[in-house]
Unconditional design. Structure first.
Length: 134
């Protein structure tokens, strides 16, 4: 059984990057907060290796929300009780991502903010690989 990376993200290109670079992991992808929270109800917690969280869920605009008016901060707040699993906030929205990290750390998470951009994909890949490779 592959380790699971639970991802909330609205941009397909980032999911494609994950699938290409981490074939050893199962990518559990949601693009809305409600779907993300719902998918966690049936997940095998023993296989869950990492949360990858984006802030802006309505396209390439800072501060954007999904169809129900929620963003990554809402997803982060819903993770109370899951702090045994590390989290990476890969949002390029500095303020939104920083607020998510603060919420996660207050709940006891080992959390890091590594924005998904071309200059940091190597660092991001190393951080993800450290969680999905035995």
């Amino acid at each position: 059984n592959k380790p699971i990376i639970a991802v909330i993200e609205d941009m397909d290109v980032r999911i494609d990057w994950l699938r290409v670079n981490f074939p050893e992991a199962e990518i559990m992808w949601s693009s809305t907060v409600d779907d993300f929270i719902s998918s966690l109800q049936s997940i095998d917690r023993t296989r869950l290796a990492l949360f990858l969280l984006d802030h802006d869920l309505g396209g390439p605009f800072f501060g954007s929300c999904d169809d129900s008016g929620k963003n990554g901060l809402d997803a982060a707040k819903a993770l109370d009780g899951w702090s045994a699993v590390p989290a990476i906030v890969w949002s390029i929205n500095h303020d939104g991502g920083s607020e998510m990290i603060s919420v996660l750390k207050d709940m006891g998470f080992l959390a890091a903010r590594i924005p998904f951009n071309t200059s940091l994909t190597g660092k991001l890949a190393m951080a993800i690989r450290s969680q999905v490779t035995p």
